[in-house]
Design a protein around this ligand. Structure first.
Ligand code: DDK
Ligand code: ZN
Ligand code: ZN
Length: 417
């Protein structure tokens, strides 16, 4: 009985929402190998949540390193950095304040789905159904799999219905749970597509000629967990007998140089590559869908945050992709289009040199499968708010990103045959 009570207590404690009072985000600028070593030692000695890069083994001299530390460690880290003369600044002074401040939209009807707010999975799920039923001539939906916790993964296929099979662009959002601006973008995209079809010439041509297949939230279980338990969760929520740590990084779990670089084989790491390639059911579902539709899928776009980057293969090797120059010039054109609206600057390039080497990514996998136009977006911002981008930035972020996506889509369309 006592044991049961204790277990019950533990379960309740586990289900509690993680708060971040007094926790800080530091931006470190290691200038020497010694600085890099200090950061890595710090990561071993205490709990450090790496925001960018996402794991200590990816830390390099002269790169920005954003880390989130517990209140208990904040002063220790502060002292350590000062003593070692490691340049740094405090990006977020109180993470709980930033979490609370993120929901800053002035919307008064909190009960309904809203494109200018972050929506719960419950709202997104209802929205998926209603978008499909309200736009039967333009949208069809298909379940492509089930998450570890049993939620349906549904894609929306957007495009003018046609008797012949059309070429398609695959777009996914929410591979990583805490990158909330990403699912917000997929919702924005679907709405823009249906509401500008017939009036915007570019969108009309695109949807007449092609389909865009949208997966609004890839890692649904993780996304739900960021709402219910821990806002900073990144991975899936899979559990395996024998390991107490939960989840794997879906963007290290694809079969592309799997777990050879920039990924961890430690199940507790935020960049854990999983027990094997496609061990995560969500990854398997998407990979199966893309394999089945390989002949029609001409572009693969995946949306993350933050850093303002437009990346393309490769990340698992420093070798340049066969279509490097074309991928680079399309990325630069897209970044230029994006910047034209609000002046937001993006950096373009192959993943390995532009962000960090990282194997098992969806973009590299899709590219090696034969999907030439394969891009990873890292949306706003560059660290001021990081994953906690305020809701007031959803609209401008989505508007500018639309220009980049439409630029890439136009290029894909032009080069179809
Ligand atoms: O997965 C990551 O760490 C970031 C997005 Se948060 C992207 C890394 C480069 C593209 C992976 N091939
Ligand atoms: Zn991500
Ligand atoms: Zn990211």
């Amino acid at each position: 009985m006592k044991v049961l009570l204790l277990l019950g207590f533990v379960a309740v404690a586990l289900a509690e929402v993680t708060r971040f009072d007094g926790e800080k985000v530091f931006r470190l600028r290691p200038r020497t190998e010694e600085h890099v070593a200090i950061i890595k030692e710090m990561a071993e000695g205490m709990e450090v949540d790496f925001w960018n890069p996402e794991s200590p083994d990816l830390v390099d001299v002269d790169s920005d390193v954003d880390i989130h530390v517990n209140a208990a460690y904040a002063d220790i880290v502060d002292n350590l950095l000062q003593q070692s003369e490691l340049p740094y600044e405090v990006l977020v002074d109180d993470l709980q304040d930033a979490v609370d401040a993120q929901m800053d939209s002035q919307e008064i009807s909190p009960r309904s789905h809203n494109y200018m707010k972050y929506n719960t999975w419950e709202k997104i799920e209802a929205w998926i159904s209603s978008m499909a039923s309200a736009n039967p001539s333009l949208i069809s939906k298909q379940v492509i799999g089930t998450t570890f916790e049993g939620r349906s993964m549904t894609v929306l296929k957007i495009g003018k219905k046609s008797s012949s099979t059309k070429p398609a662009i695959f777009l996914d959002c929410g591979i990583h749970a805490r990158e909330w601006i990403s699912p917000a973008f997929c919702q924005w995209f679907v709405n823009e597509a249906v509401s500008t079809y017939g009036s915007d010439a570019e969108m009309t041509t695109l949807l007449d000629q092609m389909d865009v297949i949208v997966l609004p939230v890839f890692n649904i279980d993780g996304y739900v967990y960021t709402w219910t338990n821990n806002r900073m969760w990144r991975k899936t929520r899979s559990r395996r007998p024998g390991s107490s740590c939960v989840g794997a990084d879906p963007n290290r779990n694809f079969d592309a140089g799997w777990c050879t670089t920039g990924a961890s084989s430690n199940p507790c790491s935020d960049t854990y590559c999983g027990s094997k390639a496609e061990s995560e059911v969500e990854v398997k579902a998407v990979a199966d869908f893309i394999r089945q539709n390989r002949s029609i899928i001409k572009a693969y776009l995946t949306v993350h945050s933050y850093s303002q980057l437009l990346l393309f293969p490769y990340s698992y090797t420093y070798q340049l992709a066969e279509h490097h120059s074309e991928l680079m010039s399309v990325a630069e054109g897209a970044a230029k289009a994006l910047r034209s609206l609000y002046g937001t600057r993006y950096t373009s390039g192959p993943g390995a040199t532009t962000i960090y080497p990282a194997a098992g990514g969806s973009d590299d996998w899709a590219y090696d499968l034969g999907v030439k136009y394969s891009y990873t977006f890292e949306l706003r911002d560059t660290g001021r708010y990081g994953f906690l981008l305020p809701e007031s930035q959803i609209k401008p972020t989505c508007e500018e990103t639309m220009l980049a996506v439409k630029y890439i889509a136009a290029h894909v369309l032009k080069n179809l045959y």
